[in-house]
Design a protein around this ligand. Sequence first.
Ligand SMILES: Nc1nc2c(ncn2[C@@H]2O[C@H](COP(=O)(O)OP(=O)(O)OP(=O)(O)O)[C@@H](O)[C@H]2O)c(=O)[nH]1
Ligand SMILES: [Zn+2]
Length: 370
Amino acid sequence: MDSRVMEEEDDCPELVPIDNPSAPATEQIPVTIISGYLGAGKTTLLNYILTEQHNKRIAVILNEFGEGSALEKSLAVSHAGELYEEWLELSNGCLCCSVKDNGLKAIENLMEKKGKFDYILLETTGLADPGAVASMFWVDAELGSEIYLDGIITVIDAKYGLQQLNEEKADGLVNEAARQIAVADLTIINKTDLVNEEELAQIRAAVRSINGLVKIIETQKSKVDLSEVLDLHSFDHKDGANLAEKLQLVKATKPHLDKSILTVTFEVAGEILEDTLNVFIQDLLWEKMFKNKEGQPMTVIRSKGIVAFPGKAHQVMLQGVHELYELNEMPQLWGDNPRINRLVFIGKNLDKDILEERFTSSVLSGTEKN
Ligand SMILES: Nc1nc2c(ncn2[C@@H]2O[C@H](COP(=O)(O)OP(=O)(O)OP(=O)(O)O)[C@@H](O)[C@H]2O)c(=O)[nH]1
Ligand SMILES: [Zn+2]
């Protein structure tokens, strides 16, 4: 048993609040990325959160690419064509800033005001790939030590969402609207006042056909319960408690609109060596060595899973966005549960049978163990 396991299983001594100078100065701050196609209701969502009464100090970075609301406009300060960011403290303790780019700079800027807020919401531009923004938090070590990615939310226009998903890209690339749904942890189908039940069912089915993992909620004027959008812990072990259960419920999807993006999921009993798993993932994500039956290379936008390493008491979680991935040991133990690896991949040209076969051949057979 390794030492980490020992520590975690030790009984905790009674905790008393003390001023500990060696304790980290601040906790990591969660960041939620709000994505969504042009005009879907991202800014409406953020304005709603800003004006709601809640006992949180939220820093909001509004993207100001589109027309925007009055609140947005009053904050936009442009100086000689240069982007100028101004942080405004609102009466309910929130901080707000309006920017014209993808907002990463604004976050860096914001960190100088550490201690004044405990949550960050970041709106990306309507055409941005939220996966690329999310990846930066993993890559930027400096930023990554101060903040963590809590989740990616994609707002969808109930009326125009289908049309946006259907727009074909000339070069055969995945369209932005589909990409935003593929990478999301939560989708908000907004503007339900503009559609009937049937149209709503169609857009819901289209979202589900792309992303078999994502939670879907429906809103008007982006009015949501804050608890549904904040503290999702989509990328860390706090999601682990229900991750095993959640992955079991994931259904593979059939391509619907954007013919290429879908969700595949499979489970394989047994254990896999960490090195072998890394080769499997890197062949898939980096080397693009896996092809579907038509010979087209598989492209993964989002990966998630639970795997079993030999000799490890703890479950290991896989998280991936585009080509970046992480394998992290979770607090959850396998215990008496059968060691079953469960994987979910969302992307283009994915073939479940081929992926499952390759994974199965990487899993240790009984005689190889130890
Ligand atoms: N009918 C209707 N209109 C809505 C709803 N939610 C937002 N809108 C309107 O849709 C327009 C676009 O909303 P925004 O919140 O600015 O959308 P956005 O996603 O931030 O847009 P960009 O930043 O330009 O990509 C605004 O005029 C909103 O008032 C809704 O539920 N129903
Ligand atoms: Zn906006």
